[in-house]
Design a protein around this ligand. Structure first.
Ligand code: CMP
Length: 140
């Protein structure tokens, strides 16, 4: 059961990080920061699923590249729960561009490029509800 005041958010450990066997290390960082894993699975996204998940970026110049990358290997979507989870998880992930991310964040430690940036995290409570539901319909 979810305690009052706790928030849920979604991360996806992306194919570059899964492929380099970094999933455990990345998830440890969240657990060490009082975030609880309430849903986890490994998936290989279809083009249709990746396109639907990233529909908000459909008109961006990086969209095709993003969909092609996200379907290139296994991903690990994870639902996390904790106080102010959405903001705290985004801060632990760091800037979208790994070269600008703060030291100690997931993207500074492991990201390879703005596309292969190791992790996705929901950007607001509304997005988090949609994204948690996308992979874990029973959790919303
Ligand atoms: P993510 O948090 O998964 O959300 C959208 C993704 O698009 C982002 O991380 C990046 O991996 C990817 N992306 C590729 N190019 C860009 C760009 N120029 N600006 C923002 N995101 C980009």
């Amino acid at each position: 059961m979810r305690c009052r005041g706790l928030e849920r958010t979604l991360i996806i450990v992306k194919p570059d990080a899964v492929g380099r066997r970094l999933t455990g290390r990345i998830l440890s960082l969240f657990e060490e920061n009082d975030l609880r894993i309430v849903g986890v699975k490994m998936v290989r996204l279809s083009e249709e699923q990746a396109g639907e998940f990233y529909a908000v970026h459909k008109d961006k110049e990086f969209y095709d590249n993003l969909v092609s990358y996200m379907t290139s290997g296994e991903c690990v979507p994870v639902a996390l729960e904790g106080a102010s989870a959405v903001a705290r998880v985004r801060s632990l992930c760091g800037d979208t561009d790994p070269s600008k991310a703060e030291k100690g964040t997931v993207r500074a430690s492991y990201g390879l490029s703005i596309t292969m940036n190791s992790i996705h995290a929901s950007d607001s409570p509304d997005t988090a509800r949609r994204e948690v539901g996308f992979f874990f319909p029973d959790l919303v």
